[in-house]
Design a binder for this molecule. Structure first.
Ligand SMILES: *[C@@H]1O[C@H](CO)[C@@H](O)[C@H](O)[C@H]1NC(C)=O
Ligand SMILES: *[C@@H]1O[C@H](CO)[C@@H](O)[C@H](O)[C@H]1NC(C)=O
Ligand SMILES: *[C@@H]1O[C@H](CO)[C@@H](O)[C@H](O)[C@H]1NC(C)=O
Ligand SMILES: *[C@@H]1O[C@H](CO)[C@@H](O)[C@H](O)[C@H]1NC(C)=O
Ligand SMILES: *[C@@H]1O[C@H](CO)[C@@H](O)[C@H](O)[C@H]1NC(C)=O
Ligand SMILES: *[C@@H]1O[C@H](CO)[C@@H](O)[C@H](O)[C@H]1NC(C)=O
Length: 330
């Protein structure tokens, strides 16, 4: 066998693959269901024809399993939502040489999380859905296609995530404080969600709180903007992190855990489940309820306004702009 000739042909084949279009590379990969589904939603097909970035391509078997599990591929709105969640524009993610997690924002608006594991790379999507394994990575002329063995499911809304994650005490407290629908309508925020055990541990304190004090406490658990655990790990510590109450938080990575402190906590809360993805929200489950300093003048001054004014300001900002909402309250 002529090895030189073989390697010339191999190199030619490789560079040809690398220079080929997304559609041609996908076709060459022999996974046809994704392309067929994309072709049934013309705007998605158009977007992918000139797409640069990272495409996660579920195998035929993965997509068949999703349909068998009840996904209605004839519902083109739902289909477009799922397909757009597989395409992350911007700097192509090769999957090579990354540590920690990488969060890639998709055309659907929510991120997927890529995690290096001993067997390769896993992609995490909606909370409670199985992680997808990258089974093959292929370059195309605008980036990379990663063939995966599970369909990625866009994150559910925060209420469904709280239910699936058993965050029932948090939800009850939000309801008691009249904040449940407000929180359900938020986007672009990070929620620090105490476990049921964390709420049980402050039951005697909670019994003495006024509704306004409970509101302050709960709003101290919502940070404007998206903060991933990797942001904290990279920064090592973040001081005076703003929340939707006037209280601030100190967040620290101590080498193994992410710890979060509020003024009245004797010891910081530890993140026990990081980066739970909800629709336009990231949730970190914590083992301690964050207790701001309810005696601090700035904390109470904010709530000097009549509580009905405060509530209506809050209900106005559901789903729109947290920045505007905060300026309304403060
Ligand atoms: C993708 O990149 C190519 C080459 O740089 C460019 O011509 C094209 O406009 C880009 N497509 C999009 C949607 O940005
Ligand atoms: C699937 O979606 C299509 C289009 O929205 C709809 O007509 C059909 O009834 C749906 N099928 C099921 C089983 O829900
Ligand atoms: C939620 O609670 C149920 C029942 O206690 C348990 O089976 C399930 O594993 C819990 N789920 C999570 C995500 O903790
Ligand atoms: C999300 O919130 C952060 C912090 O308030 C803000 O800087 C950013 O512009 C917001 N992003 C979007 C898309 O609204
Ligand atoms: C980091 O915090 C966790 C939780 O409080 C603790 O168990 C661990 O020992 C701490 N690690 C270091 C290096 O301080
Ligand atoms: C809480 O605020 C009060 C009033 O400003 C102050 O005296 C006290 O030291 C603060 N406590 C903590 C733990 O920061």
């Amino acid at each position: 066998m002529n090895l030189d000739l073989f390697s010339v042909k191999l190199n030619a084949a490789l560079s040809l693959v690398a220079a080929d279009t997304l559609v041609n590379v996908l076709t060459g990969a022999g996974e046809n269901t994704l392309l067929a589904l994309v072709a049934s939603v013309p705007p998605v097909l158009t977007a992918l024809e000139s797409f640069n970035g990272t495409l996660f391509a579920p195998t035929d078997a993965a997509l068949a399993a999703t349909v068998a599990a009840g996904f209605n591929a004839s519902d083109l709105t739902a289909l477009a939502n799922v397909l757009e969640y597989h395409a992350a524009p911007g700097t192509p993610f090769s999957g090579v040489g990354f540590t920690g997690s990488a969060f890639l924002t998709t055309l659907q608006g929510n991120p997927v999380e890529a995690v290096p594991v001993s067997s390769g790379i896993q992609i995490h999507s909606a909370f409670g859905t199985p992680a997808a394994n990258v089974v093959k990575s292929l370059p195309y002329d605008g980036g990379y296609i990663h063939v995966i063995d599970q369909t990625l499911i866009p994150p559910a809304n925060i209420v469904d995530v709280a239910t699936t994650a058993n965050l029932t005490s948090l939800f009850s407290a939000l309801t008691t404080a009249g904040l449940a629908s407000t929180v359900a309508g938020l986007s672009n925020v990070t929620i620090l969600a105490p476990t049921n055990a964390a709420f049980a541990a402050i039951a005697s304190v909670a019994a003495t709180l006024t509704v306004d004090q409970l509101k302050i406490i709960l709003l101290t658990h919502v940070v404007p903007g998206i903060v991933y655990s990797t942001d904290v790990i990279t920064a090592k510590s973040l001081s005076n992190v703003a929340t939707l109450s006037s209280a601030t938080l100190d967040i620290e990575f101590n080498g193994t855990n992410v710890l979060i402190s509020a003024a009245d906590n004797k010891s910081p809360a530890t993140v026990v489940a990081a980066d739970v993805l909800a629709d336009k929200i990231v949730v970190h489950v914590i083992d301690t309820v964050l207790l701001p300093n309810l005696s601090a003048p700035t904390t109470t001054a904010v709530y000097a306004a009549p509580s009905n004014v405060y509530s209506s300001a809050l209900s106005m900002f559901g789903g729109i702009s947290v920045a505007a909402a905060v300026s309304l309250i403060l």
